[in-house]
Design a protein. Structure first.
Lengths: 316, 171, 788
């Protein structure tokens, strides 16, 4: 790791100010992804602002019947919260489908949303990567494309977003609450939070420099049956080839979001209208305009089959 | 910078560069080499320690982040009265082979049993998902953890957590 | 059977330090004043080194020295070598290219060490290494062994035209052709034995120290065979005379073959320690281990099996291309030859076998022995052929095997080996019963009802362990003898130290070897210490690999114990004033036959040292004996593994739902330890079959260089394993032991793939059968059905 300085402020605004002041500063929460990237020198912050003393680690009911999840609530705490398990089962299941116990004990709600792609070329500092080094090119396009995006990518980047949790949050229409150095707060709909790569794949979210996530809010429970299906190369501890988060109501209507196929959690509300017509119609609508490579074309039918399996899970 | 934390019931302190991980802090500054460096990026679990009751990868955490917190390492698990039941069962059943992954596996298992005294086989497997072992095929580890869970449940007073006994030991 | 003797599941003596975190592995060793070593590694598969820009790095904070291939060449040190000479069929010796620890002008694989940086702290060495830039001129590269010999393939070493190291053959081509000419049916298959990355959980490490006053080097090293390391480093590389180099292999965190070999890094550490006059420590990062530890397997094979009309095997033809990577690692040449083709007869009576093997250089990490080393590759060929043949002939795979088993021993195969003992039908029968083979059709129907594809597969494997005798392996090209040494040192108080040339890195020798001594001398196991892994303490020995430590290492101890017993009887005779011929030793007591006179082992030990009861003219004082044991034959563990899988056609995921192993390891010293060895081997074998893909892209970059991409078996991946044994004692060594360390890794891949192909109804799938690979096959089948 490159040398850096470290501080632990005690209020969110102070933390935001600390990062705003220094262009090379970054927030650190659990650190499970950031420290990994710092060891590889993919991230080289000169200053770290630790958010652990900001008291952002509670889960509270909101006035409209939803939940406000503090930014620093760990993945373990979130997945084991009784309200989450009861009313937002898809979120608990998505979290438990990812990583290992040790990582979930450290990883936080905000950090999970902000984790970087696991594209092998992003991790290999000897390869060009527009996300890691803007303008250097993309080795993944034309390279080993199996884990990469089939939709939403650009000529600059076809990396996928690795989070399971974010797929569930997208399904649930979560909002991301933030604060800036001057105390301004806002709530960003999750649909707008992650950006598609376009020409600037290094810009991954709607956050401004120094803007700190304080919480993620969930609207009131949707009801229905919650399913998270993740297809990967082994039983545990692997990123998704394809994942499907779904809430299915008894009448066959519901919501579907995908992970593992796009640079952000992938959902198209219009596609959900097709749910009563079956998995193929939903998959076709979700993946309209997909541009797979030869290596990852398998994901298109796999999405359909996984949606079908999710629907069938919901019926059981 | 100064880092002060509780390790196995004792207050330990050292001046370290901010980039020092908790794993390097334990191994190189406190000479506690029970936590191992297997991959250094959180994939293998050889560095697992217990932080405020939860199993974490010491390699993916700054020592500074652990400042003021409570850490249990494998060296702090046994008490004056003897080995922790997990250590004992791993010894009795030959659950380890080369031993390198053992400290991490034992601490992951301890964190599991502290929270869930009656885990199913599948829950045990899930709890070990972050620990790689290349020697054993995990079979005797999983069986051993289940055996300890059953024994601990049948004992009316659960054993004191190792940390509190550790304090007496270092008194 | 005593509680701590042979056959008892004695708790492992090494485990107390392991479960309490007190194991001392190389990375745990810190020497006063030590500096740290870090390597700049090649980022290209094949390139000319034009210039190394290290000026800035050498002035960075904490940097002590920056050393390059030119510095190394100026040190006049020798090249790393491959120690087993193979001759091509035309009589020419293998084309071994030089392998300097650091290259001067050319790099040949991604990960090859190029520049060594020594600094005060590990992070400073790493930072400086990252500040070094190297100008390369990229050269075309080749990674696929099947393409390496093409006329237009890039040439990797001048000494090896067409990248061909040797073209070797074994067996009788004419007899084999004749057998095929009269065959009623022939089964032909193409197989790839996938490249594997060993991934011992402890990465390699070295701590090197040089004492200028005595010119003495000490090397702490993650080694399976410290004496062999010392021999190579002194005799071939010339870093120091053998007697001025001490190699210590302390606790070693798994090896699986990858820590047999002598690598550039420890050599550079030694050389750097002398250069900078400081202890120098190197610890491999995991990402380095992926591109710097010798890989395993990587065979491309065409195999044909000929049958007569009754289903009896007439002959076997095999043609294999073996990838040895960019350099010939320490024992690489032997793996696809004498450790492979000699096992192609399997458990079967095959009258004629002919095998050809081409070994090639590619721009990949060197390939060498990995758990099983050649024998898993042979078993995969034979057992896939048997299963496919049974399917084509429409007979039960178990019965086709049974019909062709070797039934009379000793049995001379057409490929060198002389099987000394076994009962293949016994292990088959037991495995079929435990796996409820008869109930499989019912389970398959039940699974189909749930939309799952269920398959079953067998693997009736054989291996050859305890590689030996030395004279025989010498005639086949081995550069070393393959005996083992032992010294039994009885102390005046009656406690015992056993010094063994074997090395334990997970096998539990400190326990099993002590069990033998406890059994023989009748003393408590706590009174016995097993000493290994230090060339200053232990006499020359050959180390641990190829499941040899029981069969060869313990036999050496047994031989030394014979000598101790003989000497102790002389002492006892003097003590009891009886004739030596009348002394009986039993249960730790020496008695005079036909009397009630007795002395304990402890009394004899004490008297051997105080020497009051005999004169020096009659008997030498002391009780310490050594032995070198050279086996008369290989040992032949064998058995039958049965795998049952269920495939989810929705996702292509394969779950192993039952796995049964019945092994014949001969006599077993510690059943608990043996069981653990079998579990671990099976899981590695299943890993190879279903998960572990080592992928190079066309440019020679290793795509699977992390645990994200290289899928290691984890705790959630498998059902409980059913493990049992049958016993035919090995007649070729005094203890009747065959060896158990590799069986699982040898047997499992074929069993799993036989099950997967059974479930899928096609042979057309290669290892690893990942969900993607399985799913792709299912898609292809669906398209074909749709087209029909």
């Amino acid at each position: 790791m490159k040398p850096f300085t470290y501080e632990r402020p005690t209020t969110p605004a102070a933390a935001a100010a600390a990062v705003t002041r220094r262009p090379d500063a970054k927030f650190i929460a659990g650190g499970t992804n950031l420290l990994d990237l710092m060891k590889l020198q993919i991230e080289t912050p000169g200053h770290l602002v630790d958010v652990q003393d900001l008291r952002l680690d509670t889960i509270e009911a909101t006035d409209d019947g939803g939940l406000r999840i503090g930014a620093r609530v760990t993945n373990t705490a979130l997945a084991s919260d009784p309200r989450v398990r009861r009313d937002y089962g898809v979120l608990a299941r998505a979290i438990l489908a990812g990583a290992s116990g040790q990582l979930r004990n450290k990883a936080t709600t905000a950090g999970n949303l902000l984790q970087r792609t696991r594209c092998p070329y992003f991790y290999d500092t000897y390869q060009p990567c527009n996300k890691r080094q803007p303008g250097s090119g993309c080795a993944a396009i034309g390279g080993y494309g199996r884990p990469l995006a089939v939709i939403g990518g650009s000529d600059a980047c076809i990396a996928t977003h690795p989070s399971d949790m974010a797929v569930a949050l997208r399904l649930l229409d979560a909002r991301v609450e933030t604060v800036t150095a001057d105390g301004t707060t806002r709530a960003i709909p999750i649909a707008d939070f992650h950006r598609l790569p376009g020409d600037t794949p290094h810009v991954e979210t709607a956050l401004a420099r120094g803007e700190l996530i304080t919480a993620v809010t969930l609207p009131k429970p949707l009801g229905g049956t919650h399913v998270y299906r993740k297809v990967r190369d082994r039983a545990s501890y692997a990123f998704a080839l394809v994942s499907v988060a779904a809430v299915i109501r008894p009448d066959g209507t519901g919501r579907v979001a995908l992970g593992g196929v796009a640079p952000k959690p992938w959902r198209a509300e219009a596609a959900e209208a097709e749910l009563p017509s079956g998995a193929k119609a939903v998959a076709d609508a979700l993946l309209a305009g997909a541009r797979p490579t030869a290596d990852n074309a398998f994901k298109l039918p796999l999405v359909e089959r996984t949606i079908a399996a999710a629907i069938s899970d919901a019926r059981e | 910078m100064n880092v002060t934390l509780t390790v196995n019931g004792e207050t330990r302190s050292a001046e370290v560069p901010p980039e020092t991980t908790l794993l390097v802090f334990l191994r190189e500054y406190l000479n506690l080499t029970g936590a191992k460096t297997g991959c250094d990026i959180g994939d293998c679990g050889a560095c697992t320690v217990i932080l405020d009751g939860k199993a974490v990868n010491a390699c993916l955490m700054l020592a500074a982040q652990a400042d003021g917190r409570d850490v249990i390492t494998i060296e702090g698990l046994a008490t004056r009265e003897g080995l922790h039941p997990l250590q004992k069962v791993f010894e009795e059943t030959g659950a380890l082979q080369c031993g390198f992954c053992g400290p991490g596996v034992i601490l992951s298992a301890k964190a599991l049993l502290d929270e869930n005294p009656a885990p199913s086989k599948q829950e045990i497997r899930n709890a070990l998902a972050g620990n790689l072992c290349r020697c054993t095929g995990y079979v005797k580890m999983i069986d051993g953890i289940q055996e300890v869970a059953e024994t601990m449940r049948s004992v009316p007073t659960p054993a004191l957590p190792a940390a509190s006994k550790g304090e007496q030991k270092h008194g | 059977m005593s509680a701590t003797g042979i056959g008892a599941s004695v708790r492992r003596k090494e485990d107390f330090r392991f479960v309490t975190g007190r194991g001392q592995y190389t990375a745990d060793i810190a020497r006063p004043g030590q500096a740290h070593l870090y390597f700049v590694r090649s980022t290209h598969a094949h390139a000319k080194i034009l210039r190394i820009h290290a000026g800035h790095a050498s002035r960075m904070p904490g940097v002590i020295a920056v050393l390059t291939g030119e510095d190394f060449a100026a040190g006049k040190l020798g090249s790393l070598v491959c120690g087993w000479l193979i001759h091509s069929k035309d009589g020419t010796p293998m084309k071994m290219a030089p392998h300097p620890a650091l290259p001067v002008d050319r790099v040949r694989h991604v990960g090859e060490p190029v520049v060594a940086v020594i600094a005060e702290r590990a992070d400073q060495a790493r930072d400086a290494a990252e500040a070094i830039s190297i100008d390369y001129e990229e050269l075309p590269s080749v990674v696929d062994p099947a393409k390496a010999q093409a006329p237009d393939a890039p040439q990797i070493h001048e000494v090896a035209p067409n990248n061909t190291i040797y073209q070797w053959q074994l067996g009788d081509p004419a007899a084999t052709e004749a057998a095929f000419a009269r065959a009623a049916s022939v089964t032909a298959i193409d197989l790839v034995n996938n490249r594997l990355i060993p991934n011992a959980m402890e990465t390699r490490a070295a701590v090197a120290e040089y004492e200028p006053g005595t010119e003495q080097f000490t090397l702490w090293n993650t080694s399976q065979n410290p004496h062999v390391a010392r021999l190579v480093l002194s005799a071939f590389v010339g870093i120091a005379p053998e007697h001025r180099l001490r190699v210590i292999a302390p606790d070693v965190g798994g090896g699986f073959g990858s820590k047999i070999f002598i690598y550039p890094e420890e050599l550079v550490a030694l050389w750097a320690a002398k250069t900078v006059r400081r202890p120098v420590k190197w610890t491999s990062e995991r990402s380095e281990a992926f591109v710097a530890d010798a890989h395993g397997r990587d065979h491309v094979t065409r195999a044909e099996l000929a049958f007569d009309a009754e289903g009896k095997i007439l002959g076997l033809k095999v043609k294999t291309i073996a990838n040895l990577g960019a350099f010939m690692s320490t024992f690489s040449s032997s793996v696809p030859t004498y450790l492979y083709a000699t096992l192609l007869s399997g458990q079967y009576d095959i009258p004629a076998i002919f095998c050809e093997v081409d070994a090639v250089y590619t721009n990949t990490v060197p390939v060498d022995a990995y758990r099983g080393a050649g024998r898993p590759e042979a078993t995969f060929v034979v057992e896939r052929l048997m299963e496919v043949s049974a399917r084509r002939l429409g007979v039960d795979p178990a019965e086709l095997r049974r019909k062709n088993f070797v039934k009379n021993f000793p049995h001379q195969t057409p490929v060198i080996m002389n099987y000394d003992a076994g009962d293949y039908a016994a292990s088959l029968d037991k495995a079929l019963a435990l796996a409820d083979y008869a109930g499989f059709p019912q389970r398959k129907r039940e699974a189909a009802g749930r939309g799952k594809l269920r398959g079953i597969g067998l693997s009736a494997y054989i291996e050859a362990c305890g590689i030996a005798p030395s004279q025989a392996v010498g005639s086949l090209g081995a550069g070393v003898g393959l005996w083992e040494s032992a010294e039994v040192r009885v102390n005046p108080t009656g406690t015992v130290e056993v010094l063994t040339g074997s090395h334990s890195h997970g096998q539990g020798h400190e326990t099993t070897f002590a069990q033998l001594v406890s059994h023989r001398l009748g003393i408590p196991i706590d009174n016995i210490a097993v000493v290994h892994g230090d060339t200053d303490k232990v006499q020359f020995g050959m180390g641990t690999y190829g499941s040899r430590s029981g069969a060869v290492g313990m036999s050496a101890i047994s031989k030394a114990l014979d000598k101790v017993e003989t000497k102790a009887k002389k002492v006892a005779a003097h003590l009891m004033e009886a004739s030596e011929a009348d002394i009986v030793f039993e249960d730790g007591k020496f008695t005079v036959a036909g009397t009630d006179k007795a002395v304990t082992f402890g009394e004899v030990a004490l008297n051997a040292y105080i020497a009051h009861k005999f004169s020096g003219a009659e008997l030498e004082p002391g009780l310490k004996e050594g032995a070198f044991y050279d086996p008369v034959n290989f040992t032949f563990p064998a058995g039958c593994h049965v795998c049952e899988v269920e495939i989810d056609p929705e996702t292509g995921r394969t779950d192993v739902v039952n796995f049964t192993a019945v092994d014949d390891f001969g006599n077993v010293i510690n059943p608990m330890i043996v069981e653990g060895q079998v579990h671990g081997g099976i899981v590695q074998g299943i890993g190879q079959a279903l998960m572990e893909a080592c992928v190079y892209d066309e440019s020679g970059q290793l795509v699977t260089g992390s645990y994200n991409d290289y899928r290691m078996p984890r705790a959630g991946d498998f059902p409980p394993l059913v493990v049992d044994t049958t016993v035919t004692p090995c007649p070729s060594n005094p203890l009747g032991i065959k060896g158990c360390g590799e069986a699982g890794a040898i047997a499992a891949p074929a069993a799993v793939m036989n099950a997967v192909t059974d479930a899928l109804g096609t042979e057309d799938i290669a290892m690893p059968a990942t969900p993607l690979a399985v799913w792709t096959v299912l898609q292809r089948q669906a398209h074909r059905e749709a087209a029909e």
